[in-house]
Ligand binder design. Structure first.
Ligand SMILES: [Cu+2]
Length: 247
């Protein structure tokens, strides 16, 4: 673990280094702000101490300097938001065609307190899901009578993907708000009831890492832990075969 990772596990995604860089810059700026405001605070303690200021000032400042300063700060922050943050966010959520060559698409359904992971199988079509079919043995409510569902794979807390192949995860929830967090991939996205929200990343290192829920979603929140496996093509094929036999 590098100090510049700020406590995060080693990055394993193509875009992660940029996120880490941004986080580092943000922390440096925050540290500079902290030092600046602390010095200002100390200055005020000395400058306006009681012994030198026995009576309060009832008129306060007589110039508009502070108003102009505040307007300047507001304009600067608006420029940062419009000129920097929004384009950066657009770049993150709207991948280019090159970035998403032949993506692996997966549905992840969050529930209290687990991750249900639904692969469309060889036909590439997700089978029908119906909440009336939800049962202890079918937590996803997958309709196995639907022809598209015949080859579907449902995995519990285990997400397998392939090295160097972009992944799009479509996030939904069965109950409350959860947040899909892949620390090693530098991906975190809230999951909102009634919405399907996509996130994407390209894994560049094989190995396993954690899937965490990053929204306090109930008393079992801390146990809502899954595993992300970045496989070689051989490992992935082997896992798929095992899963197909056990569905
Ligand atoms: Cu949760």
């Amino acid at each position: 673990m590098k100090w510049s990772n700020l406590g995060m596990p080693a990055n394993a995604s193509a875009h992660g280094a940029e996120i880490d860089y941004l986080m580092l810059i943000l922390h440096i700026f925050m540290f500079a702000l902290f030092i600046g405001w602390s010095l200002f605070f100390l200055y005020c303690l000395v400058r306006f101490r009681k012994s030198k200021n026995p009576t309060a000032s009832y008129h306060g400042v007589r110039t508009h300097a502070s108003s102009y300063l505040e307007a300047g700060v507001a304009i600067f922050e608006a420029l940062l938001l419009i000129g920097f943050s929004i384009p950066l966010w657009a770049k993150r959520v709207q991948p280019t065609r090159d970035e998403l060559q032949n993506p692996l698409e997966i549905h992840v359904v969050a529930q209290q307190f687990a991750w249900l992971i639904h692969y469309p199988g060889t036909d590439g079509i997700w089978g029908r899901r119906d909440m009336r079919l939800i049962a202890p043995t079918n937590q996803l409510g997958l309709d196995r009578h639907d022809p598209a569902a015949k080859d579907d794979i449902v995995s519990f807390n285990e997400l397998h993907c392939l090295i160097d192949r972009p992944v799009i995860v479509h996030l939904t929830t069965k109950d409350v708000v959860h947040s899909f967090f892949l620390p090693a991939m530098r991906v975190k996205q809230d999951i909102i009831p009634g919405m399907s929200i996509p996130v994407w990343f390209t894994p560049v290192k094989t190995g396993d890492s954690e899937i965490a829920c990053a929204q306090l979603c109930g008393n079992g929140h801390a146990a809502m832990r899954g595993y992300l496996y970045v496989d070689t093509p051989e490992e992935y094929a082997k896992w798929l075969k095992e899963m197909q036999e056990n569905q």
